[in-house]
Ligand binder design. Structure first.
Ligand code: PGA
Length: 263
């Protein structure tokens, strides 16, 4: 299964779903469900990525009730402050006790024109503010046909890592674009192949220690019924879950992958 030295991370990307009131209800139920089922966060870490407008409510609830669920923003500005209408600074996310931030999700790349260079600048911004970047990479079906499975994600990560120190804490999420929201997940073998290539790059660009320590997640149509296969692979250390993260039963079952499938 996933590298023994790395704690698996199950991360829920809510995208543009659930307002702050719905978020409060959801997080409360999630925490209770995981508590009832005896979930140990030191065995599998759980993180959620709600919309920006939910973060203050989520922070207040999590800190008041001492839940161990981590949380973060779905994006951040490459800049720290200033005349950037509509953008959100990493400083503001850090002030809300966010531990993580998603960077370079394929929907940001596709609908907001985020280039690999923009992604790299955002990674730097996250690190400046003590946020752990979850760097999202992945190929389209066309990329895969033309260049094979690993070339595009590896190239994206290479640029994103520019200027990242070897001892930085980062997470990499491999999300093939053709698998996101399509119901057609990659196979565990496909995920492993690219995750291994990404880990090799971490070794080349950062250090052998960074490659060993850094978690590489798989994302794209992850469900309770297919999570176990991914986590059995040696280089897959967790999942970035979209649609299924909005379904309490499904998401808590994904978090509990070690129990219900006996991995
Ligand atoms: P999905 O989305 O699980 O709905 O395929 C994954 C993602 O976009 O992070």
């Amino acid at each position: 299964m996933a590298g023994v030295s790395r704690t698996p991370l199950i991360a829920g990307n809510w995208k543009m779903n659930l307002d702050h009131l719905q978020a409060i209800a959801f997080v409360q139920k999630l925490a209770w469900t995981l508590k009832d089922s005896g979930h140990r966060y030191q065995d599998t870490e759980v993180a959620i990525f709600p919309p920006f407008t939910d973060l203050r409510s989520v922070q207040t609830l999590i800190s008041a009730d001492k839940y161990e669920i981590a949380f973060g923003g779905q994006d951040l500005s490459a800049h720290d402050s200033g005349a950037y209408t509509g953008e959100v600074s990493g400083a503001f996310l850090a002030a809300l006790e966010c531990g993580y931030v998603l960077i370079g999700h394929s929907e940001r790349r596709q609908y907001h024109g985020e280039t690999d260079e923009v992604v790299a600048a955002k990674v730097q911004a996250a690190l400046r503010h003590g946020l752990m970047p979850v760097i999202c990479v992945g190929e389209t079906a066309e990329d895969r046909e033309q260049h094979g499975p690993s070339a595009v994600p590896v190239g994206q990560l290479r640029t994103a890592l520019q200027g990242v120190p070897a001892d930085a804490d980062i997470v990499v999420a491999y999300e093939p674009v053709w698998a996101i929201g399509s119901g057609q997940a990659a196979t565990p073998e496909q995920a492993q192949q690219v995750a291994a290539a990404l880990r090799q790059l971490l070794g080349e660009v950062l250090s052998a220690e960074a490659a060993e320590r850094t978690r590489v997640l798989y994302g794209g149509s992850v469900k309770a019924s297919n999570i176990a296969g991914f986590l059995r692979e040696p280089d897959v250390d967790g999942a970035l879950v979209g649609g299924a993260s909005l379904d309490l039963k499904e998401f808590s079952s994904i978090v509990r992958f070690q129990k219900h499938v006996g991995v």
